[in-house]
Ligand binder design. Structure first.
Ligand code: GUN
Length: 307
């Protein structure tokens, strides 16, 4: 069922769907202006290097959508499609040369990497000023210290979406399920820092009774990659739910043979008074928009501008 159809049905029952595309379109309008301003000032486009190793279908799809939005916004992207058998040294050498290339403002290495290449070494190699994904240890440390230059894109997109829909975080009980460096951990920092002021509980695979925490939460973010994981009996009325799960499940009725589903059991939420960011149509599109924002900001910062 497409999102528009579903939202018609669900709106009759009290559920409110948060529309990622709407927020993303607002962001993109601003980014186009910022990128044009950069071009007028410096006679070149902000430039993003995108690296992907191997041919994982989902990763290739994400990388394609990043390039597409870069084109739309006016960011130059140079794609490096490397074969599956690329060695760690080859990848590190490429990153080194991109670090030194003055025209490159942002470097993105699509994860996961093939077995045999150390994610830690690779992320650590990306120069902090060009780390638009915000996954390097230096960027993570800066985030912990309250710097907001390279905030990881999915958590940043979630914060922007809550802001857009005027959903308060201050003083609210927030439960995040999933402690990855890409989503849960950085989001827990953003939501609990001064100014955001949420009270955050970070649950994970070893948490004994997740429902104990979600049942009283004002905001639940679920990022575990397990379809149907969050059911409506786990949350209270009035709760805001952000679904970050992305799983491909077989669906012969689709042209591609699969559909993408999140971690929320949508059917069980039909009659519930909740606000919900669904999959697809929720934070996914925000992630890519935030990557473009980080790239333009990195370009401006490299020109000595304060951002
Ligand atoms: N793999 C899954 N999510 C992401 C992301 O946001 N950035 C990169 N580089 N890889 C990912």
């Amino acid at each position: 069922m497409e999102i528009e159809e579903r939202s018609e049905i669900l709106n009759t029952t009290g559920m409110f769907l948060l529309d990622g595309k709407k927020v993303r379109n607002d962001v993109v309008t601003d980014l186009k202006k910022e990128s044009e301003k950069f071009y007028q000032a410096y006679s070149r486009r902000p430039e993003l290097a995108i690296i992907i190793v191997g041919s994982d279908g989902a990763s290739l799809t994400y990388v394609k959508s990043k390039g597409k939005l870069a084109d739309e916004v006016g960011i130059k992207h140079v794609d490096h499609f490397l074969p599956e058998d690329t060695s760690e040294d080859e990848l590190l050498n490429l990153i080194e040369s991109l670090n030194e290339d003055d025209d490159v403002d942002g470097i993105l290495v699509q994860l996961p990497l093939p077995a045999g290449i150390s994610e830690e070494y690779v992320l650590e190699k990306i120069s902090a000023e060009k780390d638009v994904d915000g996954f390097s240890p230096l960027s993570m440390g800066r985030l912990l210290a309250g710097y907001h230059d390279n905030v990881p894109c999915t958590p940043k997109g979630i914060m922007r979406m809550l802001e857009y829909y005027e959903i308060p975080i201050k003083g609210q009980d927030v439960v995040i399920i999933g402690r990855s460096n890409i989503v849960g951990r950085p989001l827990s920092i953003l939501m609990s820092e001064k100014g955001a002021d949420g009270t955050v509980t970070l649950c994970h695979s070893k948490t004994r009774d997740i429902k104990k925490y979600t049942a009283s939460a004002d905001i639940v973010v679920v990022a575990v990659g397990s379809p149907g994981f969050l059911t409506s009996d786990m949350v209270k009325n009035g709760c805001t739910i952000i679904d970050v799960g992305i799983t491909r499940v077989k669906d012969e009725s689709k042209k591609k043979g699969y559909k993408v589903v999140g971690d929320v059991d949508m059917e069980s939420f039909r009659d519930r008074d909740v606000k919900l960011s669904p999959v697809p149509g929720g934070v996914g599109v925000m992630t890519v928009a935030m990557l473009m924002e980080n790239t333009i900001r990195a370009a401006l910062k490299r020109k000595g501008e304060r951002i």
